[in-house]
Design a protein around this ligand. Structure first.
Ligand SMILES: Cc1cc2nc3c(=O)[nH]c(=O)nc-3n(C[C@H](O)[C@H](O)[C@H](O)COP(=O)(O)OP(=O)(O)OC[C@H]3O[C@@H](n4cnc5c(N)ncnc54)[C@H](O)[C@@H]3O)c2cc1C
Length: 438
């Protein structure tokens, strides 16, 4: 399709590709790639368009894998897990529901499930839980279509360098066509959400993070108010007690989405009211407890549009970073109605994973889409960088190749793999030009 205009979820990235295509088979996809290479056009795959950065933007051929979806095989894995191979365009929402029917589950998820499997792993999408890695740590094998039209299967046994690079491959190495995930038996989550103070939460942070399977908290800027979330894993046959539909509607749709949209419009017009409104928002989200299927607890809907930046910092820096953000907000005229989200993950061994080699805290800042986020994000970025923070590949950041080179031990190895598999930069775009070696 020509004349197509593409926008990401947040509406801050626009592409007018020369062509927009959604191939129905892997052979068709290969023809698209070879034809583009011949005609000198670049190729960029797009998943669900849920990255805030220009990572999926191209003026060449934009390829959607929306027609390449579904579970291809389910086989027992060597380590007691079950290996599930899915076509790369499969959306997490469809996958998790299908897995439940098979008695299986993803180990962890982020707070939405709209993403495609390949798009989610490519940027290092993660959830929370100190014992658990991001989604890419569940990947056991990848099938990748490279620039010369080859289909390569890589894993910890074959083409291991490509595997280490491509699990969080930021769309730079080729088009992932299939992903094999190590899934575990289905499980339920018991969720306990409660208001708290920032001081109290930080004072007992280590116990909270290690004391429950999945701990996270939201801090309301300009206040000392926090909402904590503790999710505990239970067997799948535990009797479920999901939120009643009325309570779910009031909390998740009205308070978190509809009312929050109104709140954001109000503080955009009257920024000085933000601290009082944040205090009100924090109080409005009262304690609640429920048990449901894991994927229904992990993910929820987000309808208020925002911009987001998220930094992965060493877990032990969490308190310092939050205190510095608080101090900066106190001394600046910037007001923020969106809570700061704080999550945790185990270190991993994936070359460009934001949690590479260290237990990690993720500190995410948001700003309503009608408000200029730059001053706030720049300040938080400087604070996070001062403790060796690494930006989420799909969320706004201003880092350049030299800074990434000093941040990731395997940055050069990643760039070498890219030189090998995409020497002519078929899969390049401006985002990658700024962040990888030329
Ligand atoms: C409301 C909202 C909530 C979010 N919550 C979280 C969260 O809780 N945790 C978290 O970590 N992140 C979160 N994110 C960020 C999101 O998970 C990532 O940006 C993710 O990459 C989006 O997946 P996508 O399918 O939309 O990929 P896209 O944004 O479309 O693409 C991302 C990258 O993947 C590449 N890609 C896509 N498909 C392929 C393929 N088949 N082969 C090779 N490369 C490919 C693209 O070229 C691009 O480089 C959130 C984003 C939004 C908008």
């Amino acid at each position: 399709m020509t004349g197509h205009t593409w926008k990401n979820w947040a509406g801050n990235q626009i592409a007018r590709p020369a062509e927009y295509l959604a191939p129905r088979t892997i052979d068709e996809l290969r023809s698209v790639v070879l034809r583009a290479a011949e005609s000198g056009l670049r190729v960029k795959c797009v998943g669900a368009g849920h990255s805030f950065t220009s990572i999926a933007v191209t003026d060449g051929v934009q390829v959607s894998l929306d027609m390449l979806y579904g579970i291809e095989s389910v086989v027992p894995g060597a380590d007691g897990s079950t290996l599930v191979t899915v076509l790369a365009g499969t959306r997490l929402r469809e996958l998790t529901a299908r897995l439940w029917d098979l008695g299986l589950a993803m180990t962890n998820l982020g707070d939405i499930d709209s993403q495609s499997v390949a798009g989610a792993i490519s940027t290092g999408t993660h959830g929370t839980g100190a014992r658990f890695g991001g989604l890419a740590t569940q990947v056991r094998a990848l099938e990748i279509l490279t620039a010369d039209g080859q289909l390569i299967n890589c894993s910890a046994m074959f083409d291991t360098d490509l595997f280490d690079a491509a699990r969080v491959g930021i769309g730079a190495l080729g088009i992932i066509t299939k992903v094999t995930l190590a899934c575990e038996p289905a499980f339920a989550l018991h969720a306990v959400e409660a208001p708290a103070t920032l001081d109290g939460t930080l004072a007992h942070l280590d116990e909270s993070v290690s004391g429950v399977d999945h701990f996270e908290f939201y801090w309301f800027p300009h206040t000392d108010r926090v909402l904590t979330k503790r999710n505990t894993r239970l067997p799948a046959d535990t009797p479920l007690s999901p939120l009643g539909s009325v309570r779910a509607y009031i909390d998740d749709e009205l308070l978190s989405n509809t009312v929050f949209e109104v709140v954001n419009r109000a503080v955009t017009r009257f920024p000085r009211a933000t601290p009082r409104i944040n205090m009100f928002s924090a109080r409005a989200l009262s304690a609640r407890e429920f048990t449901d299927r894991s994927y229904r607890v992990f993910a929820s809907s987000r309808t208020v549009r925002f911009r987001e930046m998220e930094y992965a910092v060493p877990a032990e820096s969490t308190t310092y970073v939050l205190r510095e953000i608080d101090r900066w907000l106190e001394s600046s005229a910037v007001t923020v109605a969106f809570p700061v989200e704080v999550r945790f993950a185990a270190g991993d061994d994936i070359w460009l994973s934001t949690a590479y080699g260290r237990d990690t805290a993720y500190i995410a800042v948001h700003q309503y889409h009608r408000v200029d986020h730059r001053e706030y994000f720049d300040a938080v970025e400087a604070i996070a960088r001062s403790v060796g923070g690494r930006p989420h590949w799909g969320k706004l950041n201003s880092l350049r190749a030299e800074e990434f080179a000093g941040t990731y031990e395997h940055f050069d190895d990643f760039c070498d793999i890219r030189d090998k598999f995409d020497p002519d930069r078929l899969f390049d775009n401006e985002y990658l030009q700024q962040r990888l070696r030329k």
